[in-house]
Design a protein around this ligand. Structure first.
Ligand code: EPU
Length: 342
């Protein structure tokens, strides 16, 4: 039996994006099961409309109303489905909160996600932009995922190596954008557990506390402390995490910039290129704590743009462009936004 679909017309999406931006969805459909996703595809009217897939709305800047059928994925469920010699496999509904899933896994004695604690958003959105923090990316912990093909309505399963993961990028932001609704994600947590503590801020915690062999719970607590100290809680101040990607440049470009700005924070990548800290560059251009209208640059981390209350998407984009221009003017680098701008 089909359950009736939960369809709303002209709904305001403000509560569904962490920036707290106001925009109407032509149609908003909330789905709790895979069957409901397929029902949308087979629906005489909704099936033909362009689709926009919404998870936790934590990586989204709405600058206008959305002329599409917005599908809000609310599929729940978490289960340890397999214990292999080298990994635990945990299957999670795409609509579960990412952070709650990290905490749940730890409570079940299943470590491995702790470095990605407190990343806002849902489990289904995590592979879309290949979330990552403190040395671990989703791609390092993904086994496979299920989704519904929005053209045919068929179930599809993709293994991790079919997702074309890159830095904050995947096939779901490119070829399959708006074409596949992720419904279930299977996480692969390696056994035996090995801590990932190479990040400077974690090394600092180890030095400060004298705990040189932290367990997963300890790392989880440290990550939460580190993030709370410099990233705004979207429940209090609207934001979408890092607003720009950290740009990657050639060794030659990097040498050039260091010649002019010896202090610039940069990291060597395995392929010989360098990643530059966008937050450092924005800070160096004097943007920290500045605002345009009601959109501002967070005062503890220049890579994060915030909504001081009632900002429009246009104000956020105006601020972002002004930042891009000043960074380009001083460093010759074009910063690329990390969130999806609609
Ligand atoms: N910095 C400044 N001033 C600032 C901000 C940063 O000088 O206002 C310097 C910092 O001192 C540091 C460097 O820039 O030396 C890099 O900053 P940070 O360590 O805060 O990390 P990030 O590059 O800003 C990235 C990810 C985060 C992730 C952290 C930890 C991107 C775009 N951002 O931030 O991810 O949590 O590393 O791994 O890759 C996100 O994607 O939304 C996100 C928060």
């Amino acid at each position: 039996m089909h359950q009736p679909l939960d369809v709303a017309r002209g709904a305001n999406l403000r509560a569904y994006n962490t920036f707290g931006l106001s925009a109407a969805a032509q149609t908003l459909v909330r789905v709790q099961t895979e069957a409901q996703v397929r029902q949308v595809v087979n629906h005489p009217e909704l099936g033909r409309a362009p689709k926009f897939i919404l998870g936790g709305g934590s990586n989204l800047v709405l600058t206008q109303d959305v002329q599409a059928c917005v599908i809000k994925v609310e599929i729940k469920g978490r289960e340890l489905i397999e214990t292999r010699d080298d990994a635990w496999i945990v299957e999670v509904g795409a609509g579960e909160s990412w952070h709650d899933t990290v905490a749940w896994c730890l409570d079940q004695g299943l470590p491995g996600l702790e470095n990605m604690a407190l990343i806002p958003g849902t489990v289904g959105a995590a592979p879309v932009q290949n979330i990552g923090a403190y040395g671990v990316e989703l791609k390092d912990r993904l086994d496979s995922l299920d989704g519904v093909d929005m053209i045919t309505g068929r179930m599809v399963t993709l293994a991790a190596d079919q997702c074309r993961f890159g830095y904050r990028d995947s096939v779901f932001k490119q070829l399959l954008a708006g074409k596949t609704v992720i419904t279930k994600v299977r996480l692969r947590l390696p056994r035996p557990w090995q801590p990932v503590t190479g990040y400077m801020e974690l090394e600092r915690k180890m030095a400060e506390t004298g705990i040189t062999q932290p367990d997963a719970r300890q790392i989880f607590n440290w990550i939460c402390e580190i993030r709370r100290a410099k990233l705004p809680d979207p429940a209090t101040i609207g934001n979408a995490g890092s607003f720009f990607k950290n740009p990657v440049v050639t060794a030659e470009q990097c040498r050039d910039i260091i010649g002019r700005d010896p202090e610039i924070v940069h990291y060597a990548l395995p392929d010989g290129s360098f990643k530059l800290a966008a937050g450092w560059m924005i800070d160096a251009c004097g943007w920290k704590g500045k605002s345009i209208g009601r959109a501002g640059v967070y005062d503890k981390q220049a890579l994060v743009l915030v909504n001081h209350g009632g900002a429009s998407g246009a104000e956020v984009v105006t601020l972002a462009r002004a930042i891009q221009e000043s960074v380009y003017g001083r460093f010759g680098i074009r910063l690329e936004p990390e969130p999806v701008v609609v």
